[in-house]
Design a protein around this ligand. Structure first.
Ligand code: ADP
Ligand code: MG
Length: 460
């Protein structure tokens, strides 16, 4: 029966989230046991990557459908942290004593840093989202510094703090880091994190059940208010009105308020002018797309938190594949790690290629070095011979760097292969070139545009 339920569940997830999600994540998971008395489902994931990913991204989906399929109102999902071998061993050991298998405390962070941080502050914040786990680079340094500053002096420096930026760039992470940080300093501080859409729902239900006073009182009593994705309040006039009063009351009593949004205040549509202006009263700061270097640093940090080692080359390979979003970057890393652990192979560039080129990414396929060189020769006055030579005048070096960049971007070749093709250069030279091109393109829109045109030409 249990297997039937899980199969049913997979079918639903496939419909709802697509077959890729099922293939990548849920196929690797087994429904290990269903404790109907205590209403606990035990799932087993092949490693902590898969577990964390599912908990972080599909928790609601799992809860919602398993509850329905198991016909219960409440449900606890516990991930068993065993490797396959251990599970089998346990099974034979305890055939008649199943309850001994219940390791409800297993769902704990593995890494020493996370353990230490968790013991410091128990609360409603995501324990992995801390300043210590947030990689700072040029794309987020201002937002991160401001967030740290208000954590040290809530209500005194920038009020409100407004952080905006694209999806998956670390806004929620920073809001939780502030919450975690303030709690760690002051256990008694009343810190509330709320997404704007939950705020809207809470307000609507307060109206329905005649509890608006209680709702207002709850918000006016807190010390620090963190509102994620404030843009979701747009076009909700009544909620905005209520929020306006909460804002004023907190602001007047020097309580810290922090907002995140996908765009800056002036750009949020459907929001009352007086509220909009208040959003920008304090410090407005943005997070933008991270550079290659920052992406590599983030990947290494994430791997480290899972007690895995990621070498430079694999980190670069993954970072080059994912352009704009750290959530996707992390997803790519997790897929590589999960595949490595499922197939019992070490994480290598070949393995990363297999995983990332197979899934969703047809880009690198079929492009070879020659096509890149041909394109470079159309844009710069240099031949293959020049590019491979030891000559290093400025313009030629730059064209060579661009060639390396485009090779990395459009082919599935390793840094070593690229370096060796272009005149026997080593892999650190290629890394240096990639960073240079990346940096230059960040500050020079005309060059960025040219780079994109070249990439399109190559892929054609
Ligand atoms: P947003 O709220 O902007 O959509 P999130 O805060 O949810 O983005 O970030 C998405 C994922 O990327 C999270 O797992 C987060 O930990 C990670 N992330 C984003 N920025 C960083 C960073 N600078 N260092 C480490 N992890 C990051
Ligand atoms: Mg977010």
């Amino acid at each position: 029966m249990i297997q039937g339920i899980w199969d049913q569940f997979l079918k639903i997830v496939k419909e709802e989230a697509g077959s890729r999600v099922v293939e990548t994540w849920f196929k690797a998971v087994t429904l290990y046991e269903w404790d109907s008395i205590r209403s606990i489902v035990y799932l087993q994931a092949p490693n902590s990557f898969v577990k964390d990913w599912i908990l972080g991204n599909y928790n609601e989906l799992v809860q919602h459908h398993l509850k329905r399929l198991l016909n219960v109102e409440t449900l606890k999902v516990v991930f068993l942290d065993f490797t396959n071998e251990n599970i089998e061993k346990k099974l034979t050991d305890t055939t008649n004593k199943k309850t001994e298998l219940v390791p409800a405390v297993l769902d704990k962070p593995k890494h020493a840093l996370l353990k230490r941080l968790q013991s410091k502050n128990r609360g409603s914040f995501n324990v992995s989202y801390q300043f210590e786990t947030f990689v700072v680079g040029p794309s987020n340094s201002l937002a991160s510094a401001a967030a740290q500053a208000i954590t040290e002096n809530p209500g005194e420096l920038y009020n409100p703090l407004f952080i905006y930026g694209g999806s998956g760039l670390g806004k929620t992470h920073l809001l939780h880091a502030i919450g975690n940080g303030i709690r760690a300093r002051n256990k008694k501080a009343m810190v509330l994190y709320q997404t704007a859409d939950r705020f809207v729902n809470e307000f609507i239900s307060a109206i329905r059940f005649n509890k608006v006073h209680k709702f207002q009182a709850k918000y006016k009593n807190i010390d620090v208010l963190l509102i994620d994705d404030i843009q979701f309040i747009s076009n909700k006039e009544q909620t905005q009105e209520a929020f306006f009063h909460i804002f004023n009351s907190l602001y007047d009593s020097h309580k810290q308020i922090v907002f995140s949004s996908d765009t800056f205040p002036q750009n949020i549509d459907g929001i009352a002018e007086r509220l909009r202006s208040r959003l920008a009263w304090g410090l407005v700061t943005d997070i933008h797309v991270p550079s290659l270097e920052t992406k590599v640093a983030i990947l290494k940090r994430k791997a480290d938190l899972h007690e895995e080692f990621l070498d430079d080359e694999v980190a670069h390979f993954i970072a080059m594949r994912v352009d704009s979003n750290i959530r996707e970057l992390e997803g790519a890393l997790v897929r590589v790690m999960a595949f490595s652990s499922l197939t019992n192979q070490p994480v290598s560039i070949e393995l990363a290629k297999k995983v990332l080129l197979r899934v969703s990414d047809s880009t690198g396929m079929g492009v070879n070095f020659k096509q890149v060189i041909k394109c470079i020769s159309n844009f710069y006055p240099y031949s293959l011979h020049d590019l491979c030579s030891k000559k290093r005048n400025r313009n030629l070096s730059f064209a060579r760097h661009v060639a390396m960049f485009l090779m990395k971007k459009t082919t599935d070749k390793s840094l070593r292969e690229i370096g060796s093709f272009l005149g026997g250069r080593d892999h650190s030279t290629v890394v240096h070139a990639l960073n240079k091109v990346e940096k230059y393109s960040e500050t020079n829109p005309a060059f960025l545009d040219q780079l994109r045109r070249m990439e399109r030409a190559i892929r054609k």
